[in-house]
Ligand binder design. Structure first.
Ligand code: ZN
Length: 95
C-alpha cells in the first residue's frame, strides 16, 4: 500500500516538473505570452491582443497563428516605430 502511494506521489511531482518546462519553452516560442497580472489568475496574457488566454499549448498555438493576433503584433511593432519617428521629429524641431 505505502509503496503504491509513494509511486503515485513520485509520478505526480514528475508531471509538475514537465509542466514547468513546457511553460518556459512557451515563453521562448511565444514572446508575446505573459503570465496574467490579475491576482489569482492562472491564465496567460497576450501582450499584443491585450486579452487573457487559457494556458494550454493548443490554445496558445492556435492564437499564435490567428489573423487578429498577427495583425495586432504588426500594429504593435509599427506603433513602436511610429513613436520613435515622432520622438526624432520632436528632437529635430527643438534643434
Ligand atoms: Zn494575441
Amino acid at each position: 500500500m505505502t509503496l503504491v502511494r509513494k509511486a503515485n506521489m513520485l509520478s505526480a511531482s514528475k508531471t509538475c516538473d514537465n509542466q514547468r518546462k513546457h511553460l518556459k519553452s512557451w515563453e521562448k516560442q511565444f514572446p508575446w505570452r505573459k503570465p496574467s497580472t490579475r491576482s489569482g489568475s492562472r491564465k496567460s496574457w497576450c501582450s499584443a491582443c491585450k486579452s487573457e488566454l487559457i494556458p494550454k499549448l493548443t490554445v496558445i498555438k492556435v492564437h499564435d497563428q490567428g489573423k487578429k493576433h498577427n495583425d495586432n503584433l504588426k500594429e504593435l511593432n509599427s506603433n513602436k516605430k511610429m513613436t520613435d519617428v515622432a520622438k526624432l521629429v520632436q528632437v529635430r524641431q527643438k534643434l
